[in-house]
Design a protein around this ligand. Structure first.
Ligand code: 5AD
Ligand code: SF4
Length: 467
């Protein structure tokens, strides 16, 4: 693969986009309202906040329902086949809405579109799509929408560029908690994963730009920031000077935002320096998402994960030593090509050994263009389904045991909303990352409340207020 360098979008290029935004805004027949449909990870959720910010700059207001919007944009995911199928199903359904709103414009963007050859294929098959663009062109939405409104043919733009665009308008989903992207792309090429192909090469934002964004968020009253990247542990690679993720965390800690979290971490890049920073930073929350993917060395090797079970467990031990009681979560894949029952047993046992507070479990989904998709011995669906059910059962048992450590403990909860089950309760997340329900009202939303944990219900904790 040819070497690719990060492409910093210049202030002039961004000014040009703002100019396009103003031109769209002035068009008498432009869409009046928009709706963004998001699939996939936090990175996509944050990209959708940027799409919304740009659309508001163009004078559009958000429609609560996609049926009521003049412009609907699907920000897609392709990490597994079902994410792709769901997106395409919904895009097709929207075609019917156009019969009642002929002005409706349909756009598709994100990872699914960024796959080689995909944009052309989709537009051929789904002729009612007006606009399609990839992850590297997100900042160009004003220009692309302008061209769409001027033309009666579909507009497509997908480039293989590793862009970094600073200072885009962002319409954040929440006032109390905010995402900050610190790095884009991934260079790890785990053999099952499509992400390095659709999100491009790893590139880090300048530390000063991140710190500036964090300071602004603190000034606006944000209580929690979530640092985002496919592999935040390798933050700083390719930047000048002595930078690392641990150093970034320490600098952010000094700003004084109450809560700092991050995801995702690759175990091979989890350094002692970072573990030490986790233990010392006051505002970095005692939680860690550390995808293990599998419990067997041979499968880990074929997944190209570049760590062994023992090395993984060693990092877990060190994390627990540095941050007693730390909340641990993970991602696990079952049914990777060639996975034997014996190897799967190693996944069951690592889940029991670690005791995760929660785990995202997935059936392996072959992704075209990845190394694993061409491996022999793909696992039949019924075998994979049986394994995932056993894994979920093992995880639930481990989770109940792990979460019992919270009973009787004090916890600080950032209240996110009213409880779905009761009108007199609210819910949010504790410092360790576990969901907590507590007595409260709408006035508590966005506040940090101290509670004593009294019980455990399903996957959440129940707390009593102590202030
Ligand atoms: N099939 C199943 N799960 C996958 N993931 C990534 N690629 C695949 C795939 N092809 C999972 C990994 C990753 C999470 C975001 O999605 O567990 O950590
Ligand atoms: Fe995919 Fe592996 Fe990169 Fe995570 S680290 S995004 S699983 S290639």
């Amino acid at each position: 693969m040819a070497e690719r360098k990060p492409v910093h979008i210049t202030p002039e290029e961004l000014a040009e986009q703002r100019h396009y935004a103003a031109m769209v805004n002035a068009m008498p027949d432009r869409p009046a309202s928009y709706h963004v449909v998001t699939y996939g990870c936090q990175m996509n959720a944050h990209d959708s906040e940027k799409l919304s910010g740009m659309l508001q700059d163009m004078g559009m207001v958000e429609a609560a329902d996609r049926k009521e919007a003049d412009f609907v944009i699907f920000n897609t995911c392709c990490v597994r086949d079902n994410a792709e199928r769901r997106a395409l199903g919904n895009v097709t359904w929207l075609k019917e809405v156009r019969k009642t709103n002929p002005k409706l414009i349909i756009a598709v963007c994100g990872c699914m579109i960024q796959q080689p050859g995909m944009a052309g294929k989709i537009l051929k098959q789904y002729k009612f799509i007006d606009l399609a663009f990839g992850t590297s062109n997100l900042y160009k939405l004003p220009e692309l929408l302008f061209n769409t409104l001027k033309s009666d043919r579909a507009v497509v733009q997908v480039e293989e560029k590793d862009t970094i665009a600073e200072e885009l308008p962002i319409k954040r989903l929440r006032n109390d908690a905010a995402y900050i992207t610190i790095m884009y792309g991934c260079d790890n090429f785990c053999s099952y994963c499509i992400v390095p192909y659709v999100r491009g090469r790893e590139r880090s934002r300048d530390m000063e730009a991140i710190l500036k964004e964090a300071r602004e968020l603190k000034a606006s009253g944000v209580k929690e920031i979530m640092l985002l990247g496919q592999n935040v542990n390798s933050y700083g690679k390719g930047l000048d000077g002595d930078v690392s993720f641990a150093k970034l965390l320490r600098a952010l800690d000094d700003i004084g935002i109450e809560r700092i979290r991050f995801m995702t971490s690759h175990p091979k890049d989890l350094s002692d320096e970072l573990i030490q920073a986790m233990g010392e930073c006051k505002h970095v929350l005692p939680q860690f998402h550390l995808p293990v993917q599998h419990g067997n060395d041979e499968v880990l090797r074929r997944m190209n994960r570049r760590y062994t079970r023992e090395q993984y467990l060693d990092k877990v031990r060190k994390l627990r030593e540095a941050v007693p009681g730390i909340g641990l979560t993970t991602d696990i894949i079952v049914g990777f090509p060639g996975e034997t029952e014996e190897q799967f047993q190693d996944t069951l046992s690592i889940v029991q050994e670690v005791g995760y507070d929660s785990a995202f479990t997935f059936i392996y989904s072959p992704r075209k263009g990845t190394v694993a998709a061409d491996m022999a011995d793909q696992i039949p669906e019924n075998v994979a389904t049986d394994r995932i059910q056993r894994l979920i059962a093992a995880q639930e048992e481990g989770q109940r045991k792990a979460m019992a450590r919270f009973i009787g403990m004090e916890e600080e909860v950032l209240v996110e909303g009213l409880s779905r089950r009761s009108t007199k309760a609210v819910s949010g997340h504790g410092k360790h990352g576990v969901g907590v329900t507590l007595p409260g009202t709408e006035a508590d939303i966005g506040q940090i409340v101290r509670v004593k944990i009294t019980a455990m219900k399903n996957n959440t904790l129940v707390g009593e207020r102590i202030d």
